[in-house]
Write a protein that binds this ligand. Structure first.
Ligand SMILES: [Zn+2]
Length: 265
């Protein structure tokens, strides 16, 4: 049995598994916005188009051995590649620590992977691809039948609350300012988060996302003196909010509620 192995081995295996998944996430981040296939052809250097051989495509290791440069043309390889692999590896370990080897863990790790892809695509292109969020809504609802924390009713409610709340915000913003503020991609992202996390998770994600978004948004406005027109994508902040909820949600919620309970209660 895999669960009979020493815990350290399981964590190490999870890390390696996460690195390999991270390598696939990099392909998704690079190819999905360009509407290219994620299964074929083999990866190429974006500068010289040389096909990357398997030994130069080992997650994290190859980047270190090549010292961050393409073997044939010596162009710098984006730091995003090892960063995504490392993030994916760390979250795989964190998932095992938080959930063990359970269906809930698998569901949450899949969600985290989707959020990594969404975040980096949204940062580059200010879009959130439907090919991730729409199947994600279905996957979240499907997982609610095997996950312990979220029932299928909570999942349905989460889809409505997630999609509906942002739709209301978008309509309100449009009504007040006459401009499009929030993209449809954000709404579908929230519906996916709702499917996985339920209504409480949605509430937490919106609050944590708005909080980190406004802190970083204000910092950007102060340090980047550009004229008012700024496109700060909201997707990455929703992703941060959701990931905080997955790994720290219940303790944070109880701490927050505890702030309002009478002393000694
Ligand atoms: Zn090259």
């Amino acid at each position: 049995m895999i669960s009979d192995l020493p815990f350290g081995y399981i964590l190490f295996a999870a890390f390696v598994f996460g690195l390999i998944i991270g390598s696939f996430l990099n392909v998704c981040i690079h190819r999905l916005p360009l509407s290219q296939s994620i299964s074929a052809p083999r990866s190429r250097c974006p500068h010289c188009m040389a096909t990357i051989s398997w030994y130069d495509n080992i997650p994290l290791v190859s980047y270190v051995i090549l010292r961050g440069r393409c073997r044939s043309c010596k162009a710098w390889i984006s730091l995003r590649y090892p960063l995504v692999e490392l993030l994916s590896g760390i979250f795989a370990v964190a998932t095992v620590l938080r959930f063990g080897l359970t269906a809930s863990g698998l569901g949450c790790y899949m969600l985290v992977c989707a959020l990594i892809v969404v975040t980096f695509i949204d940062l580059d292109y200010q879009i959130i691809p439907d090919v991730i969020t729409l199947p994600g809504v279905l996957a979240g609802f499907g997982f609610s039948f095997v996950m312990v924390d979220v029932s299928w009713k909570a999942s349905l409610l989460g889809i409505l609350a997630g999609g509906g709340s942002l739709l209301a915000v978008a309509w309100g913003y449009q009504f007040l300012t006459g401009k499009d503020g929030m993209g449809g991609g954000d709404i579908k992202l929230m519906a996916m988060l709702g499917a996985f996390l339920g209504p409480l998770g949605i509430l937490f994600t919106l609050m944590a996302g708005a909080l980190t978004g406004s802190v970083i948004g204000v910092a950007l406005m102060i340090f980047r003196k550009e004229d008012g027109k700024m496109a700060v994508p909201f997707g990455p902040f929703l992703a941060i909010g959701a990931i905080l909820y997955i790994f720290f949600g219940p303790p944070l919620v109880y701490w927050y509620l505890g702030l309002f309970s009478p002393p000694g209660a």
